[in-house]
Design a protein around this ligand. Sequence first.
Ligand code: AHR
Length: 502
Amino acid sequence: VSARLTIDPQFSIGPVNPRLFGSFIEHLGRCVYDGIYEPGHPNADASGFRTDVIELVRELGVSAIRYPGGNFVSGFRWEDSVGPRDQRPRRLDLAWHSTESNEVGLHEFSSWLEKVGSELMLAVNLGTRGTEEALDLLEYTNIRSGTDLSERRVANGRDEPFRIKMWCLGNEMDGPWQLGHRSAEDYGKLASQTAKAMRQLDPSVELVVCGSSNAQMPTFGEWERVVLTHTYDDVDYISCHAYYEEKNGDLASFLASASNMDRFIESVVATADHVKAVNGSTKTINVSFDEWNVWYNERFEKVDKIAGIDNWPTAPRLLEDAYSVADAVVVGNLLISLLKHADRVTSASLAQLVNVIAPIMTEPGGPAWRQTTFFPFALTSRFAKGNALDVRLEAEAYTTDVYGEVPLIDAVATFDAATGTTAVFLVNRSQTEEADVTVDVTALKGSIVLDAQTLSDADVYAKNTLDQPDRVGLTKNKTVAVRDGFLGITLPPVSWTAVHLG
Ligand code: AHR
């Protein structure tokens, strides 16, 4: 396999918004309890948060974190999660058939975010609740003082407002599984009304309206059109959610998942721009890709799912996928897709962060470790700065059962004018052949390679587990060389690579 590409800072797609490297923490399974929070663990701080997890989250480089759900938020009463802990109610979480203790709530989570250095992206419940409760929460979080709810926050120990900027107007409201699931018409009206009211209270908020739960939903496309027709002037973003998994042993199609993400983003952007044209608007709606990952959903349906009127466990093991090298290559490729659309995808959240379909795993009383998917995220978040660049890729294609003809190589670059550094991210989707890639870097005028790291393994299903937490990692790619304005690099089969130039 061979491929050619060109890196030229003039081929700019758009600025890389740091919010592209966001993540997601839901009150689901062991994400919060026995994940980020485990009082009594040898590494827990005075507030019960695991410091080993905090260090890994910082290393991962996560900008904004969406919270508290997910499906969970559609039945959530935010008032339960504030105030004296010993008076907080235990509640049924209908979304995940669990018990929510409310031991960690808004204040605790926000203090944890300060420790990891991430921004809070908060979702309001538009499933079982509506505009009034969204306004109450916004008053509680963003009004300084002098009103009932802002004073309640002060009394609960927080003088300064949380000043939360990013808000999701519900979650996956197109999904029949969602508490309070609605038609596009009904949701569009509720979201518009809630958005207008929230802006009346705080005009500085940035609002995300729910797009489709995935591109295979029967209402996909039409849902976006109808919802945006109701909300175009009131919101800033429309959400996309997508999860991929290898099905029926079809690794070739699975490795091409990012080509589906490309098309998904382009379809949603086209639909948003259609509504813009119909409205005669000058405003542009961007995409918040606020749930994306590899998720073995079939396993969840068959193995994990909890049922029974007397069975509502606390922090059960749910959605604890162990990720392989192939999964990490797909995750790295999904990040390439997001960067390729940096002009319109200005916020994204890897779903999720700890234990639940997560790059970080923990064992109660035991260690925390990096899954394979940790590595492409951490490096992309660290190196992808400045502007995303179109690399004018020329590569051979292969045929997949699910996505048709797809290039064997995918790539994107970024250029940071502030530091003069460039990064290029590449995947080789071939299962059998190395790829020799030639990159025209003449426009970079004498840049040298600072670092080149590859994720690959002879066993594409190798994983990091409790017993073998360091089985898979990055290796230096020693094939990289720059000569006469051309960079050459060899990519192993089923691999993800990052090259940093300066
Ligand atoms: O991330 C897991 C679940 O996936 C979320 O709760 C929901 O929004 C989506 O269906």
